[in-house]
Design a protein around this ligand. Structure first.
Ligand SMILES: [Zn+2]
Length: 245
């Protein structure tokens, strides 16, 4: 009996540690099931303000400090470099999320919060190692603060992909040859932030998608300069692919 209670308590705390990663997080609409993700979606043109639904009012410009059109050259850390960091900082790849309970390094669940929104993930799961979850939170917080400091209102970044299990990698590879089994996403160290969609929480001040993308690029650039991450600007998949260091 005493042993049963101990197992139940342990299971409860393990579940809690897996579920909370952001102190101000609220529940998310993210699917628990592994389903197709941004890899299969078409990337809209960057001038389309898709971040605010059917918006047809004034779209504002905002000061940005990146060189236009050079993002692909700036954020070009190789997959090999990212894999080295992923293997150093991450978990041992797992077949499914059920195996996360047996890991030496914990995974935390990332949930929509003030700093970022977790998009529906079709081919991955919303889990990261704590170090990566902190990085994601900091990028989201800095993005939000920068928008406000430059005269904007409430915007959040959207995370479109995080942990891939062996099961989801197999499914993804069937549909997209670019997604190899050498994916950093298997280590819980890597996440994708969309530059084609942002979460506009106050439609009274809508900012052009191009400017939002460039501000996000500034933030990711800073974190990369600080030695906190590697990053790739994915043009086709419409995201920044970021691995914590
Ligand atoms: Zn990615």
């Amino acid at each position: 009996m005493r042993k049963t209670i101990f197992i139940l308590i342990t299971a409860f705390f393990t579940t809690m540690s897996l579920m909370s990663s952001c102190s101000s997080c609220s529940d998310t609409e993210t699917a628990d099931k592994e389903q197709p993700d941004a890899f299969d979606t078409l990337v809209p043109e960057t001038h389309t303000p898709v971040h605010c639904g059917e918006f047809d009012g004034e779209v504002h410009s905002m000061v940005t400090h990146v060189v236009p059109g050079r993002l692909k050259e700036i954020f070009n850390d190789t997959n090999d470099l990212q894999l080295t960091a992923a293997r150093h900082r991450g978990i041992k790849p797992i077949e499914g999320i059920a195996q996360a309970y047996g890991l030496k390094r914990p995974l935390v669940r990332i949930s929509t919060c003030d700093a970022y929104a977790v998009d529906t993930m079709w081919f991955s799961l919303p889990y990261l190692v704590p170090r990566a979850a902190r990085l994601l939170h900091d990028i989201g917080q800095d993005f939000r603060d920068t928008i406000k400091a430059r005269g904007g209102k409430e915007y959040r970044i959207k995370v479109t992909s995080a942990l891939r299990t062996d099961y989801s990698v197999r499914r993804l590879t069937r549909r997209n040859r670019a997604a190899t089994e050498q994916s950093c996403h298997r280590y819980g160290t890597t996440f994708d932030i969309s530059w084609t969609k942002f979460d506009c929480r106050d439609s009274s001040y809508v900012i052009s998608l191009e400017d939002l993308k460039n501000i996000l690029a500034e933030i990711v650039y800073d974190k990369r300069q600080q030695g906190r991450c590697y990053a790739i600007f994915e043009r086709r998949q419409g995201c920044f692919h970021i691995t914590v260091r």
